[in-house]
Design a protein around this ligand. Structure first.
Ligand code: NAP
Length: 266
């Protein structure tokens, strides 16, 4: 029987879309999670914590292909180190990683940069750890998922006046399209850094916020705020975008129409 594909982050937004696609492709899957979960047909669960390394060696044993999706806003470089160490010992033959568009273009230099954009630095450091690991690897950088943008605009819209970073733009992509591409990569040969996957359109952040408010039937003033630091400047210059790779199909409007509606009576 073929060895299971290990999916770290298999319980997350992206991972929950990757796992069934791997199953549809006929793969056995092992999901890594910090908590124990019920398995399902063809899906077993391994418990472990990539931040500490606990349980990771056992989780990778017997797997040849690893799809590494686990991530948080901080410390992904540490998670990658623990995974790479265990995967090397286990003799894995392909490590597929999801990173973020602009990881190599957002300069995280000052304390302010680090506080707001440390995520990009940690994704880049994780990429390097994987590329230097000696393991065969593939890394895909994607722009922000619709779900992540929705979370951000929801949080912003809790305030009576919405403070929106001036000049920032986003290119939201559908997580299901990223999942499909990752499955294709996991089933293929190690390919190194592959072309970015970006959403179909670039939007001003204020436009994303306005469309959300409209969908919710709300009206709020939007106040542009100028954020300091080199990383914020790089964002204003579009370093987080992948306009040449606008290959995603599902638009923000399609996503909003499906996921957000005005409360009844509004
Ligand atoms: N969201 C975006 O816009 C975006 C864009 C580009 C790239 N990405 C990358 O895509 C990946 C998935 O993002 P997502 O939005 O699906 O994330 P998510 O929904 O927040 O899920 C995070 C996943 O990471 C796992 N995880 C977190 N810390 C862990 C740890 N210490 N040990 C083991 N597992 C851990 C969680 O598993 P448990 O809670 O079950 O332990 C969960 O499955 C991340 O690497 C992210 O950087 C995201």
């Amino acid at each position: 029987m073929a060895s299971p594909i290990l999916v770290t982050g298999g319980t997350g937004t992206l991972g929950r879309l990757v796992v069934p696609r791997l199953r549809d492709a006929g793969c056995e899957v092992r999901v890594l999670s910090r908590r124990s979960h019920e398995g399902a047909e063809g899906v077993e669960v391994a418990t472990g914590d990539l931040a500490t390394g606990e349980g990771i060696q056992t989780a990778v044993e017997g797997t040849e292909v690893i799809v590494h999706l686990a991530g948080t806003s901080k410390g992904d470089e540490v998670k990658a180190r623990h995974l790479v160490r265990a995967a090397s010992r286990a003799g894995a033959r392909h490590l597929v990683y999801i990173s973020v568009a602009g990881a190599d273009r957002i300069p995280v230099v000052s304390g302010i940069d680090r506080a707001m954009f440390g995520y990009f630095a940690s994704k880049l450091a994780a990429e390097k750890t994987i590329a230097d690991s000696g393991l065969p690897w593939t890394t895909l950088r994607a722009t922000q998922f619709h779900d992540g943008i929705l979370l951000t605009v929801r949080q912003l819209s809790r305030l009576p006046v919405l403070l929106v970073p001036a000049g920032w733009r986003f290119q939201p992509v559908d997580a299901a399209e990223v999942a499909a591409r990752l499955v294709e990569l996991a089933l293929g040969a190690p390919a190194g850094l592959v072309p970015d996957l970006g959403g179909p359109r670039v939007y001003e952040m204020a436009a994303l916020v306005r469309s959300y408010l409209r969908a919710r039937g709300k009206r709020r003033p939007i106040l542009p705020v100028w954020l300091p630091g080199k990383a914020a400047r790089a964002f204003r210059a579009g370093a987080n975008l992948a306009p040449d790779r606008a290959v995603g199909r599902r638009t923000w409007e399609d996503f909003l129409a499906e996921r957000v509606s005005a409360p009844s009576g509004s």
